[in-house]
Ligand binder design. Structure first.
Ligand SMILES: [Zn+2]
Ligand SMILES: [Zn+2]
Length: 175
């Protein structure tokens, strides 16, 4: 679905749509969409009809791997959004325009308008947390044997570190 400036010049566009998993590429974010994504809202021209503002609500379920143990963690999303897109060529102009709404994030569009899919992808990437743990107490993966230490207590220790400390202690006691 394209929000074309020539259509938006006539009227704002209300949208309500469902995007199946796979319809939007979340690129290398690591996110996997596990439910249909519901997107609804309004697109309109603002700031002297130059900028496209898209506001609305997104809901979907995602999954991402835990930073420490790499097990999948589910991330339900229910998020309001408010994005402003200005023409890419406008940035070359000398005068800066004020942005409508203090909470709005600003992006750029080229050509005849902006695709809903691009708006949705951008908002999901803004929303996703930078770090995800399956739990605060996740013990992660053993760097030596690869065991998930939440599930099994492996017998690995950190012998190198222990030996170094011992060597240091011997050094001290020998003085
Ligand atoms: Zn974990
Ligand atoms: Zn281990």
């Amino acid at each position: 679905m394209l929000f074309a400036t020539r259509d938006l010049e006539l009227r704002k566009i209300d949208f309500r749509t469902t995007l199946a998993p796979g319809q939007i590429d979340f690129m290398d974010s690591g996110l996997r969409q596990t439910s249909p994504l519901e997107a609804s809202g309004t697109a309109e021209l603002v700031n002297g009809m130059d900028d496209i503002r898209v506001q609305g609500h997104l809901s979907a379920s995602f999954e991402i791997n835990c930073d420490r143990c790499l097990e999948p963690v589910s991330l339900p999303m229910g998020d309001d959004f408010d994005l402003v897109y200005r023409p890419a060529e406008a940035e070359q102009g000398p005068e800066e325009k004020a942005i409508t709404g203090e909470d709005a994030e600003v992006g750029y569009y080229e050509g005849s308008g902006i695709e809903l899919g691009d708006v949705v992808r951008e908002q999901v990437l803004l929303w996703m947390p930078a770090h995800v743990l399956c739990s605060d107490s996740c013990k992660g993966i053993c760097p030596m044997c690869g065991a998930n230490r939440n599930r099994e207590a492996c017998a690995c220790r950190a012998p190198k570190l222990d030996e170094r400390w011992k060597a240091l202690e011997n050094l001290k006691s020998g003085e």
